[in-house]
Design a protein around this ligand. Sequence first.
Ligand code: PLP
Length: 350
Amino acid sequence: MSRYILERLEKFEPYTVGEQPKDNGYIKLNTNESPYFPSEYAVGAINETLLKNLRLYSDPESSELVKAIADYYEIKTQNVMTANGSDEILAFAFAGLCGEGAVFPDVTYGFYKVFAGLFGVAFDEIPLKEDFTVNTDDYLNVGKTVVLANPNAQTGIYLPLTEIEKIVKSNPSSPVVIDEAYVDFGGESAVSLIGKYGNLAVVRTFSKSRSLAGARVGFVMADERLIDDFKRVKYSFNPYNVNGVSALLAANAIKDEQYFKSCTDKIISTRGRLISELELLGFKTLPSLANFVLAEHSETDGKTLYEKLKERGILVRRFGGGRINNFVRITVGSEEQIDALLKAVKEIIK
Ligand SMILES: *Cc1c(COP(=O)(O)O)cnc(C)c1O
């Protein structure tokens, strides 16, 4: 650190990303990427003309992508804004929509706390219940911006839409940001509520269910006025935030419903098998509707399990220090990757 850094950022802990090893030999089950390639239809549209057009700035509105998203969710284009990954959307929310501070669970996506620190937003972390579920009552009439991942990050637990609606309805003076990075793996989206509530922002990504983590495309769906607020922040920061290649990949990926469905169906089915096999081996797992499973074994601590899996060429994620210290988070990979994981786990715990 130099002496030039802001004082506020001196003690601040940046987000720790999951390991991205240079060596491709690992079975990577640590950052919730898709084991499947992006849609062929999407990749096939990348041609030389498109690449040559990188000479020009991209369309700041990503109009074609916004139109594809609006068509898909049957909303208006005025209800959509795109960004460089959903992390950027979340950053915009913390930068511009948390005037009264923010609340989020104690166990959730680690970036919320980081963004709060970066933008100087006061925040409360509300403990999840003993069973790691959200207590809806904790989020009623809070008078601060509510940020909830649904399904929740790290736990995979989904909060029913009726509960989300209670939270949105009881906080008319504060934005409620629902981060649906994992909703395509079995949950029901809150996008159906955006016409009814002006304070709801639904945040989505192409990184997980649409196999485009490296393309960096995310978006937000909300009432037109709230979208205008997001645009005020975006146009004050980086107007050309989505490049043309990524925008076309994403627009075509969302049109390839059949491929999307085949990938999410496979992941949902593999997740079921992973959970039941882990439970047969004596693991406790949380009921996940995401593309990962949080699991703990009573006789092997999380750190040992993580390390021994790594020795065997398998990367999982561990969040040390807090309430999920003893758990490992396993991304639902392909059937073959999960076979390899289960084989290694059996060797480790016997
Ligand atoms: C992966 C993830 C994101 C980030 O997605 P990007 O679009 O790749 O930036 C956001 N929120 C949660 C809860 C995630 O797990």
